[in-house]
Design a protein around this ligand. Structure first.
Ligand SMILES: [Zn+2]
Length: 67
């Protein structure tokens, strides 16, 4: 099951929670103050993984041509 970041709308505390994909947009409860939490989109992490994947793929392709 993937995990997502949820931020409290009251105290702004961010916690990671494991959720099923169909439940990821549901509200949660803050463990600190009991307020409602909503999902936070992590765009920097997605950009980093995409870049690394491209470099690995390019190296494998280059090696194959030399052999
Ligand atoms: Zn809170």
């Amino acid at each position: 099951m993937p995990y997502y970041d949820y931020q409290c709308t009251i105290c702004k505390n961010i916690e990671e929670e494991y959720r099923a994909i169909e439940d990821r947009d549901n509200e949660g409860l803050c463990k600190k103050c009991g307020g409602k939490t909503h999902r936070v989109i992590e765009s920097p992490a997605v950009v980093f993984h995409g870049s690394g994947f491209y470099v690995t793929d390019h190296r494998d392709h280059d090696k194959g041509e030399k052999n």
